[in-house]
Design a protein around this ligand. Structure first.
Ligand code: FE
Length: 210
């Protein structure tokens, strides 16, 4: 539907990028400059920790500041840029808010469109064919595999990203966080909670080192 431009945007450019990265990686490994497991760890860190920190700060601000939240829901791109996050793959970001009635989940059924400025690199599963097809056909089944069980009365809404529009989920603020400052709140915001395949952590989960 609104998928025009997908492959212009990500397809060929990414293929060339992938080839270049692979060539660079084999050269570095061959010369003994990098150790493949160390490189995997670096990539994993960027996917899970560094990249999504930006999104976590956006969510924590929205939880703390109702005016900011209103601006974020009205114009995600502009409100995210207020915090200094903008750039490629983030030109048009729509923020969708989870409520007791609706849980939002994001997919890109055709490729792997993803809001880079707030989430960093997409995880491998996000780009996988099973996630891309099943997120639409059986969102509750996918959520169950991620360990998420929603109350039966909560509707699941799936948003299909495109080159023109990327989505960021605003997760529900966990109970027991009244009076928390933004830094503490941001530690509860996981990458998956902003894709909609997870929920924000409960305070006890952070204390337990989850
Ligand atoms: Fe895509």
């Amino acid at each position: 539907m609104a998928h025009d431009g997908h492959h212009d945007d990500g397809g060929s450019a990414l293929d060339e990028m992938t080839l270049r990265v692979r060539a660079l990686e084999s050269l570095l490994v061959e010369k003994g400059y990098v150790d493949p497991p160390a490189l995997d760890l670096l990539i994993e860190t960027y996917e899970k920790k560094v990249g999504p920190r930006n999104g976590a700060r956006v969510v924590a601000r929205a939880w703390s500041d109702p005016d900011y939240k209103a601006r974020l829901l009205a114009d995600g791109t502009a409100a995210i840029a207020e915090l200094g996050y903008s750039g490629r793959q983030g030109e048009h970001i729509k923020v969708v808010e989870n409520t007791g009635q609706t849980h939002n989940m994001v997919v890109c059924t055709l490729c792997s469109c993803y809001p880079w400025p707030v989430l960093g690199l997409p995880p491998v599963w996000y780009k996988s064919a099973p996630y891309r097809s099943r997120a639409v056909a059986d969102p509750r089944g996918v959520l169950a595999e991620f360990g998420v069980t929603l109350p039966p009365e909560t509707a699941v809404r799936v948003w299909d990203s495109t080159a023109e529009m990327r989505y960021l989920v605003l997760p529900l603020r966990p109970a027991g966080t009244e009076g928390w400052d933004e830094d503490r709140l941001a530690d509860l915001v996981t990458r998956d909670s902003m894709i909609g395949t997870g929920l924000a952590l409960a305070p006890a989960e952070v204390e337990a080192g989850a």
